[in-house]
Unconditional design. Sequence first.
Lengths: 675, 83
Amino acid sequence: MMTRPMAQIDDRSQDQLTVALTGQPNVGKSTIFNMLTGLNQRVGNWPGKTIEKKVGIYRLNGRSVRIVDLPGTYSLTANSIEERIARDYIIQERPDVVAAIVNAANLEHNLYLVAELLCLPVPVVLGLNMMDIAEQLGLRIEPHVLEAALGLPVVPLVASRNQGVRELMAAVEKLTHDSNAFRPSRPVIREDHRVVLAELRSLLVGQVPDPYPEEWVALKLLEGDEEITQMMQERMPPERWEHVHGILMQHEDAILDIAGGRYDWIGRMVRAALTHPSAGSITLTDRLDRFATHPWFGLVLLLGVFGLIFWLTFTISTPIQAWLNDVIVTGVAKGTQEALQNVPQWLVSLLVDGVIAGAGTVLTFLPVLVVFFFLLGLLEDVGYLARAAYVMDRFMHPMGLHGKSCLALCIGFGCNVPAVLAGRMVETERGRLLTILLAPLVPCAGRLMVLAFLAPIFFGSNAALVSLGLVTLNLLVLVAMGLLLNRLAFGGVRMAYIMELPLYHIPNLRTIALFVWHRSKVFLSTAGSIILIMSVFVWVSVSFPGPGIEYSLLARVGRLLEPIAALLGLDWRMMVALLSSFLAKENTIATLGVLFRVGQGGISLEQSLAGSLTPAAALAFLAVQMLFIPCAATVAVMHQEMRSWRWTLFSVVLLLVISFGIGVAIYQGVTLLNR
Amino acid sequence: MTDDRLKSLTEMAVGHRSIVRQLYGGREFLSRMAAMGFTVGAEVEVIQNYGRGPLITLIRDTRVALGRGEALKVLVEDRNEEA
């Protein structure tokens, strides 16, 4: 049952209707998409981008309608990747109908996007969502009056209660066979620029590539749209382009006039349909924001909320993880061992220590991710996340990060995997990349555990001080890398800080549940398979040629790295311990146990380790361990999110260089001081 | 209208309503501001302004947070002073 509609998601068939959902952010578009498609949807990424692409199927009178959820955008000018994706889709893929969703409580603001949509050759239906909230705010809106003014179908909706969603699709269907339903009033440019626009248009005749409309290209040139300007510069003969360019230079601020013209049009459209309450009332949002956005109270609230999320995530998921590990993974491993008694030992080991252990790793991440995604979805849907971003922004901005990056990095103290996955909620492409690249520098619970175990062995009563110093070192490196990457890799360009703070509202559980479901599914299928492959790979490297890890390929690599180890005052065994932490950070201790022959001759790991390293070497080792390449699962989700092996490898190499560089500096520095 | 009647949005007190008269900046900035509702003639109210750090404005029924640097580039005419 599930497979047939899914096949239709990927291919656009002849008789199938394709509807693109558009809207500014915070209009409840996801809720509408989820109400329409439920589990009948596929979540992926737009080609080569970190932006989610959601496509689903809706059944309308026995006909299947393909619904494409375009990224939420404020306009259709190429100021962000989201905007490019949305307009490229509409212009190049030509959906049968565009359903533009607006928030009735922000009608005039949201209609700006509609003013832009109506300049494109595609029929538009307007979904007037959150009618209940508009009513609570005392706004009176008459959909029929708006419909008459706009000349296109207007459907009132309360998507969170599933009201009007069917009617929206009925209006979409009607539009496909009744051309009378779409006779839109289109915004016109103000008088001041009318002549210039006409002149531009005449210069563009025959020059504009298919399928771009000439009129629209002329308008976008005048608006100063970077992408369209570049496209036309490449396509036009140089003399002709010079002429066009000259005109554009004379009208550099035309965007203000064009945008002003759009709002004039919006004003005319809503004049009869929208009545504001006579006196401005203090809303719930205003009351909550007095605390939530206050420079100090807001920060206290934010720390409380983040702390609570952290605590809830790991308190709820830890016992489930333990159960999954002890009962399911161990049970399956045991069962496999018993069932395969006549099979060669290496094959059993491959299955148990490679495949089942790898699958177990994937499985035990799931509770953390489900709980965290749920809480994250809840915060986002309520509208608090924008406030958290607002409060944190001033601290994060110098690093090119966004306030929302802060929550991602905070959860990293528990585990880097959800930290990388949370990078997705950051608004800008650059901010997302930076968040993902910096996340592995947050010391996760696994690394902290190794630190807590080893520091007392090496440093006795000074362990707490050393540990605190090393955690601080990680955070300092994080800040330094943020500043440096922002400057070098991204040119240090400062993004203008303009952010909408949506109205608070009651969360929609269906939307959050689907968010959790899809993100978990993507993790299992995309990152899960990478983790499994890496797990088998690591198994091979520690099992062959054997016997035991000390005669393995990994040990040989460790011996090859002996010259580097010498710079750190370490021997090959410590290098192998570091390398083995790739599968899971906690492995360091187990590997050390094997390599230092714990239990032989009655010597404990503590005794044999403490005697074999100088304090300088021990400090260097711990610093490298804390800054070392992320674990396999983190690398897998980094690739899943960035969609690029190049960036993923860059991050791994960068962390290798940083960790060894700092380790060597510590060892050599401390040795020099002690001389 | 003389320019001394205009001040930047950063100088506006909380609760005061004003009219946007001028916007400065590059094309991308102006375009992003316009899409958020900031055009010449729009009415804007400052809801939060602690004298430093970002501020929160209410424009076309929408709460928009602006960095201080961004708010400096918006010149407004205070309507409360007129009255």
